[in-house]
Design a protein around this ligand. Sequence first.
Ligand code: TRP
Ligand code: ZN
Length: 852
Amino acid sequence: MTEARAILLSDYQPFSHLVDQVTLTFHLAPQATRVMARLEMRPNPAREPGQDLRLDGEGLRLLALSVDGRPLAAQPDATGLTLAAAHLPDGPFVLETEVEIAPEGNTALEGLYMSRGMYCTQCEAEGFRKITFYPDRPDVMARFRVRVEGDLPVLLSNGNPVAAGPGWAEWDDPWPKPAYLFALVAGDLRAHSARFRTMSGRDVALNIWVRPGDEQRCAYAMDSLIRSMRWDEEVYGREYDLDVFNIVAVDDFNMGAMENKGLNIFNSKFVLASPETATDDDFARIEAIIAHEYFHNWTGNRITCRDWFQLCLKEGLTVYRDQQFSGDMRSAAVKRIEDVLMLRARQFREDQGPLAHAVRPDSYMEINNFYTATIYEKGAEVIGMLRRLVGAEAYARALDLYFERHDGEAATIEDWLRVFEDATGRDLTQFKRWYTEAGTPLLKVRDEFNNGVYTLHFEQENPATPGQPVKGAKVLPIAVGLLNPNGDEVLATTVLEMTEMRQSFRFEGLATRPVPSLLRGFSAPVVLERETPAAERAFLLAHDTDPFNKWEAGRALAKDVLARMVTAGAAPGPDWLDALARVALDESLDPAFRALCLRLPSEDDMAQTLHASGHVPDPAGIYAARRRMGAALAQRLGSEVPGLIAALAEPGGFSPDARAAGRRALRLAALSLLSRLDDGAAARAVFAQANNMTEEVGALACLLDIGAGQAELARFETRWSHDRNVMDKWFALQIAFAAPERAVEVTRDLTAHPAFDWKNPNRFRAVIGALAGNHAGFHHAEGGGYDLVAEWLLRLDPLNPQTAARMSTAFETWRRYDADRQAMIRAGLRRMLATEGLSRDLTEMAGRMLGE
Ligand code: TRP
Ligand code: ZN
């Protein structure tokens, strides 16, 4: 049994020693890799003298240990090695170890492991301890020099190359870094290369390393990298700081990508792209993740985290920066809408369930369980609020101060906030609650108009979350605009700063009662609650000058309609249909925006919303109502749709840019409506003629959605069986679009498919994750969805606990549903907890979800 012990923020202590220089030598071999480590250390003057030295280490076979050249007998325990102070000098010393590890047997994909013949590492958060004995914590920063010996053509590590010969290479990283940023890659790889000249005129060699044959699919990632480097110079004044920047694509990877210093390692699906194999969404994600990892070079690497409780210091800020970048590269309005859709689907869901935690938590059992939507996406929202409150110019000054003051350090959220206080003179004590208190605030609004004075009355509620029953008022930047009934804007966007539980704001000198446009740009991550007549929503959908709120009005209208369809069996009325039809056909609007307006609220989103308003969501009822809604929209727009599809066809070659992608998105939204009217005839034609993956997979989805597409599925499989990343789409799509009563059976059949390589996280997610994402199928009343997901999580857990635990969040919404479903999920989670040898990762997740 793993011992379940919580790590507490309040227990933080600086490490007993400092590490000045690390020198590593690797003799690579699949079953028995030797790692020689030479650590130049000294006692930390910030601690009392005479401390023992505790090194982390897991699964290491210790072959030799010496201090200043004198062999030392010491017996490691299950998690590391303690060297008693009595055996250590009071001043500087050299500690040398030699260990043996077996990368080939490493299925957890943490530490040094192998992926299809290639060696690679993943050290964040605590993987370095599986490579050698070391103080594996982010506040221990050291210079690394690495020698790699192995019988493979490409041998890479962090920093700059210093020397190489046949079978060996040496790397030196001049920038002190924590061990979680260490990386090593060795394999038969090919480079797609380019050069970059930095703003001060230094020349940087850029390489994207892939398997032979994949070199032709790196151009978009390289272009994204170069644009990211330029953007960070122009917008944040941040320059790259090594002679080389390497990126490696690997097929077996637990997450999206990793920002190791000078040697980013990526899940291959976020690097490789060609028009034939990648969708527009894939291109956009590649651009965003390449940027994200690159931006970490400053926000994460040059300035890192003191401890893992500060994870949002690097992740929230880096997500915020990659969102800004994508907004600049594409349409800022469309990007903001997509980000908010994601925030609500993942972070609000998390925040409103048993896994809710603060952006800066104060306790954890397994840090891998905290790479969450709250740390990342809410962490980014909090920075967006800060910027809105202080203004763009003060934000830029604060960031300059942050880089100047903390470069080379391992910092905290307190450091971060102090920078803003010092740069702006503002007191951020109350604002800090956004970091320390979990939960999505509910913001209730009433309005009033009397004698030319319009008043907005706000009230905030901060719901209880696990371990945090009572909370104080949050600082809420509420961006508002006011419109005249004729559609003119009478008040341009103004940011109201709410700091009390209840607060009113007055607007004087108005001739008529205005229509409020509240929370423009989604200026705070809250649930806004206001009784709003459908006509007012339709008015804002037609007239709001804020593009986010224009979309939001349409979305709120659709959700009102869908909620009434689910709870009262209503039919979608003409107000919503007409308003949406007008937007869909309005050629003055960006096609990408129109496509977003046509996207119906997801079933999980509806379940979340119904639950929040006191209903018990019925998955089958939501599914049926949403299909009726789509059918009604298809009927309403039917006659216009063929013309729309024809007008949006893109003759000529494929371009992945946002304009062309937006046209494809709208065309596919129209095709999906048409498929309900023509039995898929048009979609079949688009599938047959597609010269890009967006249309190929988009048309296939249209067919599956109407219960057709079996022939196309077979053709797709034949065409793409050689391509793992494309085949993931094939697996996921048929499960995502399976009818509720068939989803479990379809999934079960696919788990018997010879290409269901369940040890590969991408494939596991494509199948098991797709079932968890099929709302009505997963929550089918018989409980087969719950059983199948739980069964596969338990099978994966002993091999790859990190991915098993991450995917267990499929169950985090269980308290929303009826007693029968709750009982089934509760029993499943309890069975999980009772399983012998369950990982610490899954133990923590199941325990928190049960709340017992
Ligand atoms: N720091 C990585 C990022 O950019 C994510 C990460 C954390 C990660 N832990 C990981 C990636 C484990 C792969 C495996 O956001
Ligand atoms: Zn990150």
